[in-house]
Structure formats: C-alpha cells, structure tokens
Design a protein around this ligand. Sequence first.
Ligand code: NAP
Length: 454
Amino acid sequence: MAISTINPTTAEKLKVFTPLTSAEIDKKLALAASTFTQYRQTSLSQRSEWLNQAAKILEKNKVEYARIMTTEMGKPIKSAIAEVEKCALVCRYYAEKAAEFLADVPVSTDASQSFVSYDPLGVILAVMPWNFPFWQVFRFAAPALMAGNVGILKHASNVPQSALAIEDILSQAGFPPGAFQTLLIGADRVKEIIEDDRVKAATLTGSEPAGASLASAAGKQIKKTVLELGGSDPFIVLESADLDSAVATAVTARMLNNGQSCIAAKRFILAEAIADEFTEKLITKFQALKVGDPMVEDTDIGPLATSVILTELDQQVQNSLKAGAKVPIGGKPLDRPGNFYPPTILTDIPLDSPTAKEEFFGPVALVFRVKNIDEAIELANDIPFGLGASAWTTNPQERDRLIKDIEAGAVFINGLVKSDPRLPFGGIKRSGYGRELSIQGIHEFVNIKTVWIK
Ligand code: NAP
C-alpha cells in the first residue's frame, strides 16, 4: 500500500509520502542504537519530566491532532479529541508509576543480598494499525520510554501524518533525537528491520497475518514479541440483565470508532427470554445514529478507513445473507462518496456459516440467541479469538461463572470493554499474546535480571 493520506470521507488523495530508502532506514537504526547507550543512563525523573511534557503538548494541541486523525482515517472528531486526551493520561500514568513498577524487588535466598531488577532491552520496533492512530502508539511508547528503551515506529501506511506528529510531540517534549523515530516504510520492509541486530524486540497491533509474519521473523532471531491482534468479542445478555443499560452500552460497544475497534462487541449473544425486546431496542437505537461527515461535532458514524475495508465488510455481509442470515437494518454500502456503511444488524446467522466466526471490522452487529448460560458460554468461546467479553447479568452465580469460563483476555461484567492504563490489556488464542498497559505492560520489554550477591 502506498504511504499516503486519503480522506475516507471524500476519497480525495491529500498527500503522498516517499518511503525511506535502505540507506535512510540504516541511518535511523544507527541513531536509535547509539541513542540507547546514553538514553538508558537517564534518570527516571528525567524521563517522567519529558513524558509529562508530552502530555501537556497533547492536551494543548488536541484539536489539531484530532483533525489529523479524522482526516486520515475518518473517526468522529469528538472521539478523536478523546483519544488525544487518553494519550495524555497514559503518559502521566507511566510518568508517575514507572519508578514503582521498575523498582528492584528484594528476594530472601541463601545470598547476603538477592533481588530482581529491570533493565531496558534497547531498540524496540512498534508496528501499529490505523484505527487508533495516536492511542495505539502512545500505549506502547509511554512504558517503553520510561523503561529506558528507545522506539522505532512503523505505522500503518494510511496514517503517515499521525505518525510524524507523534514523533514531533515526543521530540518537542525533550526526548533526545533517536529516542523515538517514525519510519515511513511499507509492510514489506518490516522483516529486514526485525532481523537487524540493532533491533531487540517488537510489538505489533493489527491483523492475524501481519502478526504471524512478524512473529515468525522475530522467532527465527529469538527476539521477543507482543501481539495485539483481532477479536470478535461476545456481548452476552442474560435474562436478569438491566436491559436498557445493556442496550445503551451495546450501541457504544459496537459503533465505537465507526465499528473498527478490536475490542468492539461484535457478537451479541442473547438469552431467548429477552432476545426480541433487546433486538428491537437495538434496531431503534441504530436507526437514530447520525452517519455523516466525521468532522461535524454531532456525527456518530463516519466512513470506514479505506475503500478496501468497505469492500471486505460488504462481502462478509453478502456472504452471511447467502448463508441464510436476515438483515433487519442496513446491509449495503451507502450510495454517496466516501467509504460509508450504515449501522447494520444480522440475525438468524447459521452457526456453521464461515462468517459466524469472522471478525466484522465495521458497524455490523451479529445477533445470536441462546437458551441458557451454558449455551451462551459455549457460543462465546466457539471462536478462534479471545480478546475481550462483556456479559450482563444481575445474578451473582451467573456472574462468577461468566468470569471463570469465558476464554478472553478481559471480562467486563455489566459494562463496556475498554482499555484503561491501570489495567492490563491483551488477548489469548488468535487474538495474540503479551500485555500492554499497567505494570504488566511495562514489564514486557525489559530484561528481568536476577542479582545474587554472596
Ligand atoms: P494490518 O493490515 O495487520 O496492519 C497493521 C500494521 O501491520 C500496519 O502498520 C501494516 O502496515 C502492518 N503490516 C501489514 N502486513 C504486515 C506484514 N506482513 N508484516 C509486517 N507488518 C505488516 O491490520 P489493519 O487491518 O490495519 O487493522 C485491523 C486489525 O487490527 C483488526 O483485526 C483489529 O482487530 C486489529 N487490532 C487489534 C488491536 C488489539 O489491541 N488487539 C487493536 C487495534 C486493532 P501497512 O499499513 O503498510 O500495510
């Protein structure tokens, strides 16, 4: 894919970037490696100061950065602003907490003194997706930089201006040149970068094929990876649930970011007793959503990020209909310029149809009915993914079973699945491995060093 900004609202190509040459990549890797030798000696309080400064820059220019994101990938402007604010939050969180998370941990042994210490690894490659162009990068960069690592970013090819803006923010904040660099390159250059001796580890957020490709290249070099991949999260509603609250959350859970979020609720698994009422309420709420120009303050749903995503989503819906699914609302692209797809609900999806187990990356809700909690859990788990799950019940026994038996990296009871700097984030099964955020996130890219002194 060419590295360019194409406005998904108008399909207008706004800017094209020339990918870095091999010599330019080499120069940036050399700078990253040499910066690391000094950067790792900086104090935690100095790194905190820089990260707090980055938070201030983010907040001061939040509208400008939000507009870059909305222009490049179409998210509604109000959620783009909220995304920039959340980046400031994660910077402040790690600026404050890193000293505690990275402190030596004394352990009593036969030594006069033994402890665990956390050393940085070096240059870390981050391969990131377009859907949360700022947040995905900051949730990697804040802990990595606090731990004393340096970062190189290969961002998605459709968000180059976001990628450059992030590099600029961290540089303006005071981080030394080379502590965080953007590499404008295509996906085909990632393998040689992870194979480069100067790069010590990598993280990728994106699709399964991209994750598998990066992890196999890294595996050959015995380099650590963290993978945050796709999901098709269940949203289970049992009979005792507070239905109005569940429906209101269901709309946000499915439509966040124009439906293009890894932790969006994608499969609505409803107990028979409430299924009709829930579905009717969901249809009414979907009908009320405003689809349109994402730069307009009260737009709920903007365009999909690229024309390819629109075509793929449309194909998935058509395949579901061919397999026997019904579509009470939506079901085909809107007849207007840009990559617009309307809020859509699919019901009666045959469980053995391929699309029943696929990730729908857009505003399409798959609705399933179950007789009881056993069927709900079985259906929720009958999927290759295991990222998040939202489950609704007021019965404590049901709640405890859902928490224990759902196969996912996170279970939220009576609430929206969301990332929070204070809680670890990540998946199991084909949704990936490793964790971001919280103490677990900062410990992914460190050498957990055992120290034993006689
Ligand atoms: P994608 O195509 O995998 O792209 C993600 C990044 O990987 C981009 O920078 C892309 O570069 C790069 N890439 C693509 N193929 C690669 C390869 N073979 N080797 C190395 N890098 C490669 O994913 P997407 O379609 O943009 O994003 C949507 C997916 O990401 C969904 O499945 C979603 O669920 C998942 N996601 C997961 C999380 C999470 O935290 N678990 C968060 C957000 C999104 P180019 O742009 O140059 O191709």
